[in-house]
Design a protein around this ligand. Structure first.
Ligand SMILES: [Zn+2]
Length: 63
């Protein structure tokens, strides 16, 4: 995990708290991959897979 060099907040609980998926709440260590979003949100590979399946259902041409 990368940290911002020289940040005065390095030791704050907010920064050192473990990252977790914003969708299913699983910890970073509990999933294969955790992808960061733009507003401090994260999604794990399992939720990406789930979303992909949902989208495929939704976008199916013949409904
Ligand atoms: Zn997840």
């Amino acid at each position: 995990m990368r940290q911002i060099a020289g940040s005065p907040f390095q030791d704050s609980p907010l920064v050192s708290a473990s990252l977790r998926c914003s969708f299913c709440g699983k910890d970073k260590s509990a999933v294969d991959k955790l992808i960061a979003g733009s507003n401090g949100v994260f999604i794990c590979n399992e939720c990406v897979r789930l979303c992909d399946e949902i989208l495929e259902e939704e976008l199916r041409p013949d409904g």
